[in-house]
Design a protein around this ligand. Structure first.
Ligand code: GAP
Length: 446
């Protein structure tokens, strides 16, 4: 079993690896970049997609009690009035009276501007929602907002989903999608950004059972991260104090991860009670209550919500996977991802671009890519290619050499973590890869 040889790494190392290997680029880089906005590159997009697919599989496809939706980013402005976001989704902001820089009040120690030492003014509430206009006229009546959370679409579609699926309580509605917040202090690479993706699930249940489901979803979420490879010692649960609770919540807790700069929030689980459904029922005039036909009674469901950031999870998986080992020429950087999270599970490497090797290597590649996320890599020496695949965390490398074509119709499988190599017949390759990936999954349980 492979264990990490170092405990963690710096954020700078992750930023430079991300750029070098095509995980993440700064947005609009050729124009000098747009501050705190990031683009996922060819390797990063595979990683991010795997994180979302793994979550969707555990949350929706493998459960009978959760269904998915994919709602629009733009919603009726009354949604944000009813949800309380227009009034409450604010941060207290202080402005320097000398240089006019703005800061979140809770992030500046004392009354002086950290940049120029000028005096800071009185705090003002600053709404974090991005505004835009719908239609040709740019006026107040046409103002719409970019959603700051995906959750509201689940509340306003509660009745549509319940009646079309005929789900009985308790059941959940899940969604993965973009959210936007005009954060005053974004930062730490793509940890806090103004445009990000969320994976959220609203679990509708009978009042009185909400405390049970709150505990259930906290442990489900913690187990999800561990079973996808985050090390248990890098994760902890922190319950919010009463004065930290969001405006809609009766109880919230963060799953925190030990990022390179310290412990920070990865996911929030909240008991939102009937706050949102009641607010939308009041504002829209539609009855959003639920009739329980066994108990013959009508009530407003309570909601428990696990709310996870996709980008933030990607950053945690990347930071946790990072490892360095060996010395001198043997030194390597290796990303020890769980096989379901790794951008590529397999890479096919012909020993060289020799004409005798390429047709077999391409044939092997064409078979494997039907079953695994597979890359074909034939540039530079085989040693360098192994290092490159280690650096993007590819679980297994399959090498096609002259013995393959001249003698045994067999290839070598190299394990990323142990660097052990085994020779297997091309005929049994798919099964051998499945077995090795399964063993690596076992090694990754946090
Ligand atoms: N619907 C509830 C909700 O949105 P939240 O704690 O504000 O709760 C949930 O957000 C998760 O979304 C966070 O735990 C984090 O992972 C992610 N998230 C929130 N703001 C973010 C930002 N500015 N940049 C990146 N991810 C963010």
């Amino acid at each position: 079993m492979a264990t990490h040889t170092i405990n963690g790494t710096s954020l700078e190392t992750l930023v430079s690896l991300s750029k070098r290997r095509g995980f993440v680029f700064q947005s609009s880089e050729i124009y000098g970049g747009l501050s705190s906005v990031w683009d996922f590159g060819p390797v990063g997009v595979e990683l991010k997609r795997n994180v979302k697919d793994a979550w969707w599989k555990s949350m929706v496809r493998q459960r009978d009690d959760v269904v998915g939706i994919d709602a629009s980013i733009l919603m009726h402005p009354d949604v944000w009035m009813a949800s309380g976001h227009l009034e409450n989704f604010t941060d207290p902001l202080v402005e320097c009276q000398e240089c006019n820089r703005r800061y979140r009040q809770d992030q500046v120690p004392g009354d002086l501007c950290p940049a120029c030492q000028g005096n800071l003014g009185e705090p003002r509430q600053f709404n974090l929602m991005f505004k835009t206009f719908m239609g040709a006229l740019e006026d107040e009546a046409n103002t719409v907002f970019l959603r700051p959370e995906t959750a509201q679409a689940m509340f306003v579609n509660f009745e549509n989903v319940q009646t079309t699926t005929r789900k009985k309580l308790p059941f959940g509605i899940a969604q993965i999608g973009k959210s936007f917040r005009n954060e005053i202090t974004p930062g730490n690479f793509f940890f806090r950004t103004r445009e990000f993706e969320q994976m959220e699930m609203e679990y509708f249940c009978e009042p009185g059972s909400d405390d049970h489901w709150y505990e259930y979803w906290m442990s489900f979420s913690m187990d999800w991260f561990k079973s996808h490879g985050l090390r248990a010692e890098k994760l902890k649960l922190r319950r919010h104090d009463a004065d930290e609770l969001p405006h809609y919540s009766k109880a919230s807790a963060d799953i925190e991860f030990e990022f390179p700069w310290g412990w920070d929030e990865l996911e929030t689980i909240s008991n939102r009670t009937d706050y949102d459904l009641k607010a939308h029922a009041d504002k829209s005039g539609k009855d959003l209550s639920y009739f329980d036909d066994q108990q013959k009674k009508r009530f407003m469901p309570f909601v428990v919500e696990p709310a996870m950031g996709v980008d933030r999870s990607v950053l945690a998986f990347l930071a946790d996977a990072y490892d360095e080992e060996g010395e001198g020429k043997q030194q390597r950087v290796v990303l020890r991802f769980h096989p379901d999270i790794a951008p590529f599970q397999v890479s096919v490497l012909p020993l060289s671009r020799n004409d005798r090797l390429v047709p077999t290597a391409r044939r092997v590649y064409d078979v494997l890519r039907q079953h695994f996320n597979t890359q074909y890599d034939d540039s530079q020496s085989i040693g360098r290619r192994y290092r490159r695949q280690d650096e993007i965390g590819t679980s297994l490398c399959v090498t096609v050499d002259f013995e393959t074509v001249d003698e045994d119709e067999a290839v070598t499988i190299r394990n990323r973590d142990t660097m052990a190599q085994v020779r297997v017949p091309v005929d049994g390759l798919e099964a051998a890869i499945r077995d090795q990936l399964q063993l690596m999954r076992g090694d990754c349980q946090g």
